[in-house]
Design a protein around this ligand. Structure first.
Ligand code: SAM
Length: 287
């Protein structure tokens, strides 16, 4: 039996399109039209969505900076029997977006919460990645200082499940480089502008990806889906490229042979290793 009637005293988490308005579900349209009010991350963004479906509805702003006060206001209205739809700028509320606090508050107060599921960039990217989608980890944005990011990625290095990251375009180059340095070479799907006109999925490996994005200017929105650590990781899989080449040099190989050996291990062309070494800050640049 379907859940179709709008119920009073209920918070509806409504997923909205991540780039293609046609992805707004029929149920989302019904809920947005029929609830008493909408709590929106950015009321200007949601006003455009409402105008697309010819809906006029009172809105209040609910975002990460007012979640506490506004959450109280929403919870009180819900307790009095009103219905509310929570929407963010794009995608599923509470996934790297406002939502979890108000859900927790409602749960604490026995207020009914339900979901109107729909687009989510992470799931969309995972399913398109061609990587193992049976078991996965969503890591959201990797923020913080270089050291904090390195620590966080270091903790994930031995994670066997497929990893999903969100990344702002200006962080793509550095994130790919950090991922390659910390994880070693692994498969990656770079999922860009999902559901939009310029949707692009690049299925490659971390090393080639970081070299590619040395020259390619990142544009639009990105999800990075990275293969998990494999059981039969090679000896070099946790090494940076310079550590990997240094390993051979220290074992007595001439530098050029060390580059050749590292390239062979990683299944990439020699110039991929050269370029990565030249870019690598921790390398002494003596090639
Ligand atoms: N709640 C949203 C969801 O369900 O996907 C995510 C919101 S988060 C603030 C925004 C990030 O999601 C972007 O920086 C990007 O990493 C990812 N994203 C959103 N839309 C996307 C799209 N159309 N293509 C690729 N990535 C997207």
């Amino acid at each position: 039996m379907e859940k179709n009637k709008i119920e009073g005293g209920t918070l509806y988490l409504v997923a909205t399109p991540i780039g293609n308005l046609a992805d707004l579900s029929a149920r989302a349209i019904k809920v947005l039209n029929e609830v008493d009010f909408i709590a929106a991350e950015d009321t200007r963004v949601t006003a455009k969505l409402l105008s697309h479906i010819n809906a006029v509805k009172p809105m209040i702003s609910y975002h990460e900076h007012n979640a506490h006060e506004c959450g109280e206001i929403i919870a009180k209205r819900l307790s009095k029997g009103e219905s509310c739809a929570l929407v963010t700028d794009a995608g599923t509320p509470a996934i790297s977006d406002p939502g979890e606090d108000i859900v927790r508050l409602c749960a604490d107060r026995d207020i009914n919460v339900t979901s109107v599921p729909g687009p989510c960039a992470a799931i969309c990217a995972l399913t398109l990645s061609g990587l193992n989608s049976g078991r996965f980890v969503f890591e959201g944005f990797v923020d913080g200082t270089g050291t904090q990011r390195a620590e966080r990625l270091g903790l994930l290095k031995s994670e066997k499940r497929t990893l999903i990251f969100y990344a702002a375009p200006h962080k793509i180059q550095s994130t790919l480089k950090e991922l390659a340095e910390i994880f070693g070479n692994r498969k990656i799907a770079i999922c860009r502008e999902l559901t939009k006109l310029n949707e692009e999925i690049i299925r490659t490996d971390l090393l080639s990806a970081s070299v590619l994005y040395n020259d390619k200017k990142p544009r639009g929105e990105y999800v990075l889906v990275v293969e998990g650590s494999s059981d039969n990781d090679s000896f070099w899989s946790g090494m940076t490229i310079s550590e990997h080449t240094d390993f051979y040099i220290e074992a007595g190989m001439p530098k050029m042979d060390a580059v050749k050996a590292a390239a062979k291990d990683r299944g990439v062309a020699k110039n991929v290793i050269y370029k990565a070494l030249l870019k690598s800050k921790d390398h002494n640049g003596s090639l």
